[in-house]
Design a binder for this molecule. Structure first.
Ligand code: 6PG
Length: 477
C-alpha cells in the first residue's frame, strides 16, 4: 500500500496532525528522526487508521504515492532547512513539501524559490489551534503554488476545522510565503487579543474590585454575546481554576512574567518595515517583555502613583459593563490593524490575498476563533476593497456606541494607575484616524527647521523650505 500523505517530525503537533489525517481515512506515512517516537505513535494510536511507519528517510519517501505530499513538523529555522535537505534529494518533479511549523515567511519565500528551481513544490502553511486543533481540526493557512493546492487542498479541507456554516477553515492564501505571513499576523492579533483581555481582567480586579472567580463569571457572560470567542472562553476557565497546593486562585500563584516565542515580535517588525501602524499588537509584545524585566520592575516598585480604590455594588457592575464596551472597541481596532498589515503584505509581495477568505478560515479551529470573525468576513465580502475595517458601517456604528464607555474606562484606568497600554493604544489610533488635523504638521516644521527636510503645503503643490536662520522666507525646494 502507499500513503496519500506523510508526516515527519512526530512531536505533539506532528503526531496529532498525522492522527487527524488517519482518522479522516487517509493512509499516512509517519517518520521521526528518532524511530522510537514513530513506534510509540503506532503502538498507542495505530488502531485509529492506516499508518505506515518508516524508520529511514528513504523508506518514508518510498511509502508515499505520487505526487508525494510530505508534511514537515519540526522546529522553525535551521532544523526545517536540515529536514528539507534530507528529503529534497529523494523527491521527484511535482512532489510537494509542506512546512507546517511557525516559520518566518521570508524563510518560506526562500525555500519555495530554491525548491521550485529543483522542480519541487514547497507549501509553507500556517496551522493554528494548538495540540487539540491539530488532532480535531485546525485552521490551516497554506501558501505556495496553485498547482500544489490542487493536490493538497482536498486533504486539508477534510482535516481542517469547520466553521459554524460548515465551511472548511482552510483556503489557498496565496503564493510562496503568503500562508506563513497570514499565520504570523494571526499570532500578532492573538497577542493583542490576549493583552486586551488581560487589561480587562486587571480593571475588573482593581477598579471593580471583583475576585478571580467573579471575573470568570463576567467572562462567561461576555462569551454569550458579541465577544463570544475561544480566548474569552478559556480566560473564564483559567480564572476560575484554584491552585491545589495553596487553595489560592491559580492566577495569583503564577509568576507574572509572560513569555513569547517570537511570532508577535515578527508581526511588529514587519509592520515597521511595511509602515503599517499596528500599535495594539506592538503594545501587546512590549507588555510581555516589560513583564519579564524583573530587576527593572523591582527597582521601580517605590515610584509614586495612585492605588486603585475598588468600587462596589451597582457601581462595580456598571463599570464592568463599560469594560466590555472598551474591550470590544479595542478589539475592533486590533483587527483593523492586523488586516491592514495583511493587505500591505499582500500588496508588497503580490500575493493577492482575499481578506474576507482569511477572516472566514479564522472562524474555527484557530486560537483567535470568534463569532466576530464572521462579521469581518461579511464586511470584506460586501466590499473587497474596504480600505479599513473601521470604514465598515457596522463596525463604525458599534465603536460610535462604545466610545463613551471606552473613554470612561481609560479615564478610570489612568486616574487610578492601572496600566492599560492596549486599550489606550487602540483609542489613540482611533482618535488619530478620525482627527481633522494631526500635529504631524508641526513635526514637519521641526524637521524642516533643523534639517531642511522640506514640507508640503495644504494649499499648493510642491515641496517647500523655510529659510529659518535667515529671513524666514519660503523657497520652493
Ligand atoms: C496557534 C498558536 C501557536 C502557539 C503560539 C504561542 O495559532 O496555534 O498561535 O502557534 O501557541 O505561537 O506563541 P507564544 O509562545 O509566542 O505566546
Amino acid at each position: 500500500t502507499s500513503a496519500q500523505i506523510g508526516v515527519t517530525g512526530l512531536a505533539v503537533m506532528g503526531r496529532n496532525l498525522a492522527r487527524n489525517f488517519a482518522r479522516n481515512g487517509y493512509a499516512v506515512a509517519v517518520h521521526n528522526r528518532t524511530a522510537s517516537r514513530t513506534r510509540a505513535l503506532l503502538e498507542e494510536f495505530g488502531d485509529e487508521g492506516e499508518f505506515i511507519g518508516a524508520e529511514t528517510a528513504a523508506e518514508f519517501v518510498a511509502a508515499l504515492e505520487r505526487p508525494r505530499r510530505l508534511v514537515i513538523m519540526v522546529k522553525a529555522g535551521d532544523p526545517t532547512d536540515a529536514v528539507i535537505e534530507e528529503f529534497a534529494p529523494l523527491l521527484e518533479d511535482g512532489d510537494v513539501i509542506i512546512d507546517g511549523g511557525n516559520a518566518h515567511f521570508a524563510d518560506t519565500r526562500r525555500r519555495e524559490r530554491e525548491l521550485r528551481e529543483r522542480g519541487i513544490h514547497f507549501v509553507g502553511t500556517g496551522i493554528s489551534g494548538g495540540e487539540e486543533g491539530a488532532l480535531h481540526g485546525p485552521s490551516i493557512m497554506p501558501g505556495g503554488s496553485a498547482e500544489s493546492y490542487a493536490s493538497l487542498g482536498p486533504l486539508l479541507e477534510k482535516i481542517s476545522a469547520k466553521a459554524a456554516d460548515g465551511a472548511p477553515c482552510v483556503t489557498h492564501v496565496g503564493p510562496d510565503g503568503a500562508g506563513h505571513f497570514v499565520k504570523m499576523v494571526h499570532n500578532g492579533i492573538e497577542y493583542a487579543d490576549m493583552q486586551l483581555i488581560a487589561e480587562a481582567y486587571q480593571l475588573l480586579r482593581d477598579v471593580a474590585g471583583y475576585s478571580p472567580a467573579q471575573i470568570a463569571e463576567v467572562f462567561r457572560t461576555w462569551n454569550t454575546g458579541r465577544l463570544d470567542s475561544y480566548l474569552i472562553e478559556i480566560t473564564a476557565e483559567v480564572l476560575s481554576h484554584v491552585d491545589a497546593a495553596t487553595g489560592k486562585p491559580f492566577v495569583d500563584v503564577v509568576a507574572d512574567q509572560a513569555e513569547q516565542k517570537g511570532t508577535g515580535r515578527w508581526t511588529v517588525q514587519l509592520a515597521l518595515e511595511l509602515g503599517v501602524p499596528v500599535s495594539g499588537i506592538a503594545e501587546a509584545v512590549f507588555a510581555r517583555s516589560l513583564s519579564g524585566h524583573t530587576a527593572l520592575r523591582e527597582a521601580s516598585r517605590g515610584l509614586a502613583g495612585p492605588t486603585a480604590q475598588p468600587l462596589s455594588g451597582a457601581e462595580a457592575d456598571a463599570f464592568a459593563d463599560q469594560v466590555e464596551q472598551a474591550l470590544y472597541a479595542s478589539k475592533i481596532v486590533s483587527y483593523t490593524q492586523g488586516f491592514h498589515e495583511i493587505a500591505a503584505g499582500s500588496a508588497e509581495y503580490d500575493w493577492n490575498i482575499d481578506l474576507g477568505a482569511v477572516a472566514a478560515i479564522w472562524r474555527g479551529g484557530c486560537i483567535i476563533r470568534a463569532a466576530f470573525l464572521d462579521r469581518i468576513r461579511a464586511a470584506y465580502d460586501a466590499r473587497p476593497d474596504l480600505p479599513s475595517l473601521l470604514a465598515d458601517e457596522t463596525f463604525a456604528t458599534e465603536i460610535a456606541e462604545a466610545q463613551h464607555d471606552w473613554r470612561a474606562v481609560l479615564g478610570a484606568a489612568i486616574s487610578q494607575g492601572v496600566p492599560t497600554p492596549g486599550f489606550a493604544a487602540a483609542l489613540a489610533y482611533y482618535d488619530s484616524l478620525r482627527a481633522d488635523r494631526l500635529p504631524a504638521a508641526l513635526t514637519q516644521g521641526q524637521r524642516d527647521y533643523f534639517g531642511a527636510h522640506t514640507y508640503r503645503r495644504t494649499d499648493r503643490e510642491g515641496s517647500f523650505h523655510t529659510l529659518w536662520s535667515e529671513d524666514r522666507s519660503e523657497v520652493q525646494a
